[in-house]
Design a protein around this ligand. Sequence first.
Ligand SMILES: NC(=O)c1ccc[n+]([C@@H]2O[C@H](COP(=O)([O-])OP(=O)(O)OC[C@H]3O[C@@H](n4cnc5c(N)ncnc54)[C@H](OP(=O)(O)O)[C@@H]3O)[C@@H](O)[C@H]2O)c1
Length: 314
Amino acid sequence: MRLLLIGYGNVGRAFRKLLKEKSEKYPILQNIKIEGIITRRGLMIGDKENFNPDKKTTILEAIDEIQPDVIVDMSSPNYKDGEPSVSAYVKALSNGIHVITTNKAPLALKFRELMEIAESKGAKIGFQGTVMSGTPSINLFRVQPVAEVFRIRGILNGTTNYILSRMYEGLNFEEALNEAKEKGYAEEDPTLDLNGFDAAAKLTILVNFMMNRSIRLGDFKFKGIEGISSDEIRRIKSEGKKIKLIAYADNYTIEVSPKVLSSQDPLFYIDGVENALEIENEIQRIIIRGPGAGPINAAYGALTDLVLLLKGCL
Ligand SMILES: NC(=O)c1ccc[n+]([C@@H]2O[C@H](COP(=O)([O-])OP(=O)(O)OC[C@H]3O[C@@H](n4cnc5c(N)ncnc54)[C@H](OP(=O)(O)O)[C@@H]3O)[C@@H](O)[C@H]2O)c1
């Protein structure tokens, strides 16, 4: 099976390394070959650890040249229009080429359109890495395809959860944010985490996939943690409660906003960069918790999708 990787940053490198390691142990991965890697700098043909582009091409040209069976998109999200990934997926899927992605933007913007093309061409889309990285969230639903989901509730952004946890312990917002940056939990420009956008993108993907809806990022309100003061956190703490940024969806409401949780709530205990997701379906309430980010985790998500694809389970 021929792979074309799009993006070779933290996740791309972790994915390549993980694929090499696991190929030695798992025979199902032995015939997987990385045939090309493309970034903004160009296309490198073949599989080498150090990225050195052979030529300047677009992703669409690279698909023609490499003729992959699967494209694995680990490029940066573009929330304006999802490009160049959206066009790459349309071209790939239309030609029966499967897509695996850790990039949230294309699916948060064009979920239904892309799924419809995939279904009509018998191609598959794996996207475990877009929500909770390697912690099975998307792929958990793949083993429960007929249990109807009517409620989703989660802590889906590690940066904001870390900041709120540290504010609960006495830091002010600026101190908690700076600490998150120092530890590598927050990006230099953390706007999309702090204002709830990142959690909203993940919730959009979950709702489309698990609740069979057709929504786009922007169809519902989201609010982040900016403006939450230390005083407010102290007051809520004195009542035995915590504030968490909660992504929520049921049949009437979809929203991301800070909520006050009591100690009876299982999400009360999710602290630091950990993520959690509560899924209520017609037969059970499932709660999963685990790391929501990290390049190695995201690489596990993408590699898991690849194995599921090979086994016919995507
Ligand atoms: N890091 C995590 O913990 C994590 C977890 C889950 C999901 N993700 C998602 O996984 C993706 C990759 O994350 P990362 O941490 O690896 O990011 P990164 O280190 O910043 O790497 C991004 C890569 O994407 C490439 N790229 C950006 N725009 C491109 C374009 N228009 N065409 C082709 N290549 C392009 C960059 O190429 P240049 O070097 O040429 O600019 C770079 O190789 C992102 O969508 C991220 O949201 C990340």
